[in-house]
Design a binder for this molecule. Sequence first.
Ligand SMILES: C[S@@+](CC[C@H](N)C(=O)[O-])C[C@H]1O[C@@H](n2cnc3c(N)ncnc32)[C@H](O)[C@@H]1O
Length: 294
Amino acid sequence: MQKAIKRFIPTSWKPEARKLYYALFKPFVSILKRGFHFIPDKIELLTGKRSRLTPPKWMLFVGAGDFKAIGEKLLGHFIEIAGLKPGDRVLDVGCGIGRMAVPLTGYLKNGGSYEGIDIVTDGIRWCKKNITPLYPNFRFQLANVYNEAYNPKGKYKASEYRFLYKDESFDFIFLTSVFTHMLRPEIENYLSEICRVLKKGGRCLITMFLLNETSLKLIELKQSSFYFRYNFKGDRVNDKENPCDAVAYDEKYTRKLYNKNNLEILEPIYYGSWCGRKETLCYQDYIFSVKKIS
Ligand SMILES: C[S@@+](CC[C@H](N)C(=O)[O-])C[C@H]1O[C@@H](n2cnc3c(N)ncnc32)[C@H](O)[C@@H]1O
């Protein structure tokens, strides 16, 4: 709907239209969304179709698809690809509204723990209210960090933000669909923070949109769900008015960045179906890495 409206706005009006949208309409969009979903959400809860650990639909902001099914599928990948164990200390950067935390509550035990950080107040509030009281080893933290798409009023720059965790605190760190919304100086800082708080030999799984020969060819053939037509300060973005909507990175640059941050990519990279690849495990590309011991 938003995308359809955007097409009718002349490019030169877009910056002003965005400001107007955030100032005047966004609060109403959220009220309308709540009104629209209110009764179906309540019915789902009362009939047992939605558990208390699934947020109501009007609160969801983490992308389309079945909240529960996607979380469970990704948990399976964490176990199979990244060797996640029940006793691991886990960090979820950009945890949203608990899509991964919820399935992990049934898996992490025997000293296993979970920390989630995000920049969206409502998401963190929901997780603190609904998950932590039942699972005290699951904690959530709000970072007051700016992101044009998710937190346009954020105070701190993601390119300078320091995670509030001690060095080498985690066995496993993951980011699902987060670097796909962040720009180059931001992912550079975050990857160095990830390396700092990850234990030596610790594992990391990050999903991205990687540009390489195959994905670029499929984009050219219009097989892809994103075209990433625009260069934005060295990155390729899908929508130049809203660059953080979807960001893609050159695979060679990404590999160098991992190397610089002492993270060894464990081959293969699991390429996703986002660009029209067939028979894939996932939608976005999965990069699984390990922090080097020396
Ligand atoms: C598509 S959602 C994915 C959320 C969650 N990882 C999931 O899979 O359900 C992208 C998330 O990245 C978060 N995000 C964007 N920039 C961030 C930043 N600089 N630091 C932490 N989280 C960020 C957003 O707030 C949003 O929750």
